[in-house]
Design a protein around this ligand. Structure first.
Ligand code: SF4
Length: 373
């Protein structure tokens, strides 16, 4: 990052944080495990949305041992709606490693944490600093945004080399004489908090509220709207799919996804590639050795993953009770809501099963309005 004296930012930042920090569940009863869970959840979802997930997850799995021993289906169910399911799978692998090699305690050492599955420099820094007060940085998108603005640095923040450079600069500063007596936990959380609540990612930042307003080079030179510089992400691949809500009265057909690939190991509504006409959809159902009684077209929906966008159309199909166990699993709607992790990609169609999945259950919003075109 551009030559900039980081030490001049610290006092105003910590004073501001002391007065403005939010009360958050993971900031009460701080433990390495709780910091870890919250940081992984926060990498993918807003603070407000994470709160109920965090409470539910840590109530059911209060420590590393319970996470290490949790059956996979239940683990995925607890994560349902948060997306990026590999993250929770990696957490479990790391928890098993911690049980075997560190007597169930997450290590305090930054470098050792980096060797655990799924823990990168940001998470290692967050655990070591917030839970153990180690002077190491935790650099996420918020931190990159506020530092490039305050220093008026126009390097592309998507470059891994730039992130590494910022981490090294912060590491050097946090381990220098100038930082002695300061709390690494407060410092890192204050940086994140400023990015999340004042120097906002979308829309205009609240510079009037900012403790750095007199120091900020981007504000001084009127370049805030140009920073941070972010190379455009690759365009998402569009995938058309047809989704089936197949019911035989009370029960609905679901199936388990393959062990590898997108949404691996989760449950889903049957679906096929392409947009099928009503006749083609009926044929598909018959090919599964099912006897359709009625078919109804459902509204279109879309779901955005990091690299793919699903554009879906759906059919609700009422069938005669299947004579033998077919390729699908037939479950009562309420059972599927309680036991089977169905990814949020199907939220728009899950309501035709009479269930809510993922965030819908926690946030009292009708995601169908968001998802349906
Ligand atoms: S003064 Fe404005 S642009 Fe600069 S760091 Fe603060 S909120 Fe961000």
């Amino acid at each position: 990052m551009k030559e900039f004296d980081l030490s001049i930012l610290t006092e105003p930042l910590l004073e501001w944080y002391e007065k403005n920090k939010r009360t958050l569940p993971w900031r009460e009863c701080v433990s390495p495990y709780r910091v870890w869970v919250s940081e992984i959840m926060l990498q993918q979802t807003r603070v407000e949305a994470v709160k109920p997930f965090f409470e539910r997850f840590t109530n059911r799995l209060p420590d590393i041992r319970s996470l290490a021993e949790c059956p996979e289906d239940e683990l995925l169910k607890l994560w349902e709606g948060l997306g990026y399911y590999n993250r929770v799978r990696n957490m479990q692998k790391a928890a098993i490693q911690v049980m075997e090699e560190y007597e169930g305690m997450l290590p305090a050492d930054y470098e050792t944490l980096l060797h655990l599955k799924g823990i990168g420099s940001y998470t290692a820094g967050a655990i070591a600093s917030i839970a153990y007060e180690k002077p190491v940085p935790a650099v996420d998108g918020n931190v990159l945004r506020i530092l490039t603005r305050v220093a008026e640095d126009d390097t592309d923040i998507m470059k891994a080399s730039f992130r590494k450079q910022v981490e090294l600069q912060l590491m050097e500063y946090m381990q220098s004489e100038a930082f002695v007596g300061k709390s690494p936990a407060d410092y890192n959380q204050a940086l994140m908090e400023l990015g999340a609540t004042v120097c906002l990612p979308n829309g205009a930042p609240n510079c009037q509220e900012c403790p750095w307003r007199e120091l900020c080079q981007a504000r001084k030179n009127n370049s805030i709207s140009e920073l941070p510089v972010k190379a455009k992400a690759k365009q998402r691949r569009i995938e058309k799919r047809t989704v089936f809500v197949i019911r035989d009265g009370e029960r609905v057909a679901i199936r388990k996804r393959p062990k590898k690939g997108l949404l691996a190991g989760l449950y889903e509504l049957p679906n096929v590639e392409g947009h099928l006409s009503q006749e083609e959809a009926l044929l598909y159902v018959k090919e599964q050795s099912l006897s359709p009684i009625r078919i109804q077209k459902l509204p279109e929906a879309k779901h955005i993953f990091s690299h793919v966008e699903w554009q879906m159309q759906g059919y609700a199909v009422l069938i005669e009770e299947p004579e033998q166990i077919q390729s699908f699993l037939y479950v009562e709607a309420v059972t599927s809501e309680q036991l089977y992790a169905i990814p949020a990609a199907f939220a728009a169609y899950a309501k035709f099963m009479g269930i809510k999945i993922g965030q819908e259950r926690f946030l009292d919003v009708d995601t169908s309005e968001i998802l349906l075109r």
